[in-house]
Design a binder for this molecule. Sequence first.
Ligand SMILES: *Cc1c(COP(=O)(O)O)cnc(C)c1O
Length: 250
Amino acid sequence: MPTVVRQMTMEASMPDVDGPSGYGEVARRVQQVKERIAAACRRAGRTPADVNLIAVSKGHPPEAVRAVHEAGVTFFGENRVQEASQKIPLCPSTLIWHMVGHLQRNKVRKALPLFEMVHSVDSVPLMEVLERECSRLGKVMPVLVEVNVAGESSKYGVAPENLRELLDAAAGCGHLEVRGLMTMPPWSPDPEKVRPYFARLRELLVQAGEKWGHCLVELSMGMSADFEVAIEEGATMVRIGTAVFGRRPQ
Ligand SMILES: *Cc1c(COP(=O)(O)O)cnc(C)c1O
């Protein structure tokens, strides 16, 4: 009898997410990630309020998103428009969604109503389509420019030497607000190996800020394997999937 009572009490205090998929774990994971963010901020002499956790929910169902939201996360990221367009309507409407993956020009129209920021602007033609479609909707979209800092052929993003051209083009886009830069560094099991790429992105932001000024302030960098190093190097947005949601199904 006492066992049953204890079980019921525990269930009542947990978000309604336990089940075959095991999303009851997420509250603990979110807490851990937040503590690690705070510790990295302390090491870097920064305040945790300046680092935004974007929970990347690709591959996970709306129940998982809800569980993470109930654990205190508001910002979510998706990397594919198709998946996002099915998932987002099934999630609480108070969530704020960011497009963090490569955006194809023919998906822009479908993407715009779903997202409040695009992290992955990587070409002038994409920027032109975004500008045209935002203008049609009478909407101003905050965006980040994705930079391929390491010059990997397998990755999207502009080469650092082409950043200037992109930002010049952005200056003519009245419906886009370039807020900063994003990068996906080469994968490495050792976060110290990617530190130089994060440092380089920050340098590029500082240089760009000197010329284009004002709103270039965001650095979207750092994922599950390397977000603490990214924060030490100045990240203002960390895009974290696995460390929050657990391993992606399939
Ligand atoms: C999947 C993804 C992430 C999160 O990756 P994890 O290693 O699971 O934290 C971050 N950014 C982008 C663009 C992604 O596609």
